[in-house]
Design a protein around this ligand. Structure first.
Ligand SMILES: [Zn+2]
Length: 315
């Protein structure tokens, strides 16, 4: 696979040309192009699908706007990270990002950011801010496979995966797998593989309902504004999080899981030896492929990954 072969040239590492990742063969792992973890002194942002470098000597909002202009997707990385937290004030000010990492296992002692997520979903009610998780792998043995997203996409192609990410047709998980999630005008049904505790959570981080078992039904109540579901496996205590389902006057107004198709497994934040990680790209992709991943975003610190090249975006 030619993508794994690097040509080192000074400080740039150039990959040989390859067709843009519109990869439809089901046994090939898709490498999301234009991926990077933009690392600033105060915050980190994961960007996907950039076609050119971002000027990082800019405000946080300025960087998000550049990502948007380049038709990229911006995901706020580990908002509860002790060294680079996104304060509630900052979250309120920022606009135009697709979502935030609601769980990042590498950021101990606070990997989870669901309180911040509910804060922003509440204060910016109606804005579709999606919740992501990824393993943020630096060390293959230690970190790989601890958290990922499951995307319901019409086809196993890059454009279809992007479409689903944009519309929120995915969930985040450290283990539990959803078999079905459906809705009617005032009802949400969910079915999963192994017995779990379901927590239906809404406006202001309020717990609306709790159920145990392999399936649950939630009937929308008059005051509901959004409903999201947290799933905790009863045995191993691992968790999964659906996206918020938006509600108005007792009716569902936006249900993100309307894409038909299959659930595709992906990791949108990980590192290789290029910058920050320990494993070679070929080892990384082989590991994820072996563990049934369909797509990966190689998000080196301030290097854009592209099927054709890597460019360091910090001078
Ligand atoms: Zn990272």
């Amino acid at each position: 696979m030619s993508f794994f072969f690097f040509i080192h040239w000074g400080r740039k590492k150039i990959l040989p040309p390859e067709e843009k990742g519109e990869n439809s063969e089901s046994n090939e792992i898709i490498i999301i192009p234009g991926a990077v973890e933009i690392t600033l002194s105060s915050h980190d942002i994961v960007a996907l699908n950039l076609d050119s470098p971002v000027e990082i000597k800019s405000s946080l909002q300025g960087i998000i706007e550049q990502i948007k202009t380049k038709e990229g997707l911006a995901i706020l990385a580990h908002p509860s990270y002790l060294l680079k937290p996104y304060s509630r004030r900052t979250l309120l000010k920022l606009r135009g990002y697709l979502g935030m990492e609601i769980y990042n296992p590498s950021k101990i002692p606070w990997p989870e950011s669901t309180r911040r997520w509910d804060f922003i979903l509440t204060r910016k009610y109606g804005e579709r801010i999606w919740g992501f998780t990824s393993d943020d792998m630096h060390d293959l043995k230690r970190d790989a496979g601890r958290a990922w997203v499951m995307v319901k996409a019409e086809r196993n192609t890059l454009s279809s995966i992007f479409e689903s990410l944009k519309q929120g047709s995915f969930y985040s998980t450290t283990g539990p797998l959803i078999e079905e999630i459906g809705s009617s005008t005032d009802c949400i049904q969910i079915k999963i593989k192994n017995p779990a505790k379901f927590k239906f959570i809404g406006y202001n981080h309020q717990i609306l309902q709790v159920n145990f078992g392999k399936e649950a039904i939630y009937r929308i109540k008059p005051g509901d504004k959004y409903v999201r579901i947290e799933i905790k496996d009863l045995k191993d205590k691992k968790k999964a999080w659906t996206q918020p389902i938006f509600v108005h006057e007792g009716r569902i107004i936006y249900f993100p899981y309307f894409a038909k198709g299959e659930w595709l497994k992906g990791c949108l934040h990980l590192h290789t030896e290029i910058d920050g990680g320990t494993a070679r790209l070929s080892e990384v992709t082989a590991w994820y492929k072996k563990h049934n991943y369909h797509f990966l975003a190689i998000t080196e610190h301030n290097f854009i990954t592209h099927p054709k090249y890597l460019v360091k975006i910090v001078p």
